[in-house]
Design a protein around this ligand. Structure first.
Ligand code: BV8
Length: 249
């Protein structure tokens, strides 16, 4: 692993424009279960297609509302770890440093990162199910799920399967991927699109790809460097070893 860390540091030192894409593995060491890692994986007891979809919500709005309320309560107690903080510190040492996260927990922003695209929304934001009306935080006990002023349901402002991502977010993501010298992929199983396609997009644009994950994923096949490890321990090491590229080596 030391060799791969040194290889990654060499690439980062020579880079000025960085994109980092993160998945649930980035937040695992903040105490938030991932979707697939047993035993307390989020999807161990639920099928995502039953819950994280419009049809699933229509079928049983109270169940989906409660599933998100349980996750929100757990996430509310989570704090950014040293890996999130390392990314926030690292940001100002490059010409561009964009985080494209699939996570809805808000931990990158909480850690102080400024250029964050929450591709799949944020569990602490709400909207109207039928018309996307913005909805302030519903009053506790306001029924499950509460109602929008227009009479429709209130839902979490997250992107469900089968829903398109926000056009501005996609535009920002592909613009950053087109211009970056390096894509850092942290803590994602690389299954859910369009985020799962970012590695191929970056490679096609001439960027180098570094992946940090305890296990190999489909992206590992095209990554230039694979670091087998956890986000909390690896990211601070990379950040410390990467001297300020603006000032040169
Ligand atoms: C869309 C929010 C247009 C809600 C989520 C192309 C091909 C095939 C299918 C599609 C395609 N394009 C679109 C689709 C359909 C679908 C899709 O991708 N389906 C999959 C199942 C095949 N995509 C969509 O619907 C997207 N919309 O593209 O619109 C469209 C629509 C329909 C058809 C065509 C086009 C919207 C997807 C967004 C869904 N919303 N979340 C909520 O959270 O409740 S997805 C959710 O699951 C997450 O956000 C994340 O994206 C995904 C989970 O993946 P990971 O984050 O990677 O987590 P996972 O548990 O899987 O892995 C954790 C990893 O961490 C592991 O690798 C583990 O080894 C590692 N790890 C563990 N510990 C650590 C660690 N890493 C580092 N450190 C550690 N300590």
């Amino acid at each position: 692993m030391t060799r791969s860390i040194d290889d990654a540091v060499d690439i980062l030192r020579a880079s000025r424009r960085v994109v980092v894409t993160t998945g649930a593995g980035m937040s695992k060491e903040s105490g938030i279960p991932t979707f697939r890692d047993a035993p307390n994986a989020l999807w161990a007891n639920y099928n995502p297609e039953d819950l994280a979809t419009r049809a699933g919500f229509r079928r049983d709005p109270a169940l989906v509302w409660r599933w998100y309320a349980e996750r929100r309560a757990m996430i509310a107690g989570a704090k950014p770890h040293e890996g999130h903080l390392a990314l926030a510190r690292w940001e100002q040492r490059f010409d561009a440093f964009t985080i494209l996260t699939q996570n809805i927990d808000g931990l990158h922003v909480a850690a102080g990162s400024k250029d964050v695209v929450e591709l799949h929304g944020n569990i602490f934001r709400y909207k109207c199910f039928d018309h996307d009306h913005p909805v302030a935080e519903p009053l506790a006990g306001a029924g499950e799920p509460p109602r929008c002023a227009c009479g429709s349901w209130v839902r979490p402002a997250v992107v469900w399967f089968g829903e398109s991502l926000d056009a501005d977010h996609l535009c920002a993501a592909y613009d950053a991927l087109e211009r970056c010298n390096v894509l850092l992929i942290v803590g994602t199983s690389g299954v859910v699109y369009p985020a799962a396609g970012f590695a191929a997009t970056a490679k096609a644009n001439g960027a180098l790809v570094i992946e940090i994950n305890p296990e190999a994923t489909p992206a590992s096949e095209i990554a230039d460097v694979f670091i087998a490890g956890g986000a909390k321990s690896i990211l601070p090491v990379l950040a410390t070893k990467t001297v300020d590229p603006i000032a040169g080596p």
